[in-house]
Design a binder for this molecule. Structure first.
Ligand SMILES: [Mg+2]
Length: 226
């Protein structure tokens, strides 16, 4: 019996994009107030290397937080900033970023919440997924919202799935993970003993339950529970 539905964020609930050139310009301006002189173009390069570094860490089951993320980038340029500053830089990423939620999200969450507890489980080094859900009024539908930086462990590590179902108070077999990443969301969830539904672009080889539109999830879940 399914009692909980756990959603990935990017590619599942929303499409997101970060214009790093704009963000790095703002960061460079902010750092000038601290007499830290960085070239925005160099900074953008260092950020892109840090994004790669972060993905390498994921293969070791490790996630960065925003303090570690920004300082990894800035250390390449010979600088280091305190956590109150990285909090400000993180907010710049959110303010300049684009988040476009999927169609009919409110109705889908409302329908699902009649039968299931809902949760977020996002691989994120910053607060943006939770902040976007709250700012758009969707936060009230979620009983738990987990970002991987909370515990320093990303999907597909089974520990973050267990952390999330513990917050919900459900058994692993009572939870369904819904996400667009076969590796992180689907294989991770199955390894942790959850069920899984792939949000599919129509091209995956995955033969398990899948949907192309989130709005079709309530109907699919009813068939899985039979
Ligand atoms: Mg995703």
């Amino acid at each position: 019996m399914t009692r909980a539905v756990i959603f990935d964020f990017g590619g599942t609930l929303a499409q997101t994009k970060t214009p790093w050139d704009t963000v790095c310009n703002r960061i460079a301006e902010r750092l000038e107030y601290m007499d830290i002189d960085v070239d925005p173009v160099d900074l953008e390069e260092a950020v892109k290397e840090t994004i790669e570094y972060r993905y390498q860490r994921h293969t070791l089951g490790l996630e960065l937080d925003s303090y570690q993320f920004f300082n990894h980038a800035l250390e390449k340029l010979g600088h280091n900033v305190p956590v109150d500053v990285t909090d400000e830089l993180e907010q710049m990423v959110y303010d300049e970023g684009y988040t476009s939620f999927v169609d009919n999200l409110e109705e889908t969450l409302m329908t699902l919440s009649e039968d299931y507890m809902l949760a977020l489980l996002s691989n994120s080094w910053l607060e943006a997924p939770r902040q976007a859900l709250r700012d758009h009024g969707y936060g009230r539908w979620f009983k738990a919202m987990v970002c991987s930086y909370d515990i320093g462990i990303p999907k597909p590590d089974p520990r973050i799935f267990r952390h999330t179902i513990d917050l919900l108070g459900v058994h692993q077999s009572e939870a369904v993970m819904v996400g667009d990443s076969l590796e992180a969301d689907i294989k991770g969830a199955l390894a942790a003993g959850l069920q899984a539904v792939l949000v599919d672009d129509g091209f995956s080889q995955w033969s398990g339950p899948k949907i192309m539109e989130l709005s079709t999830l309530p109907g699919l879940l009813r068939t899985l529970d039979v």
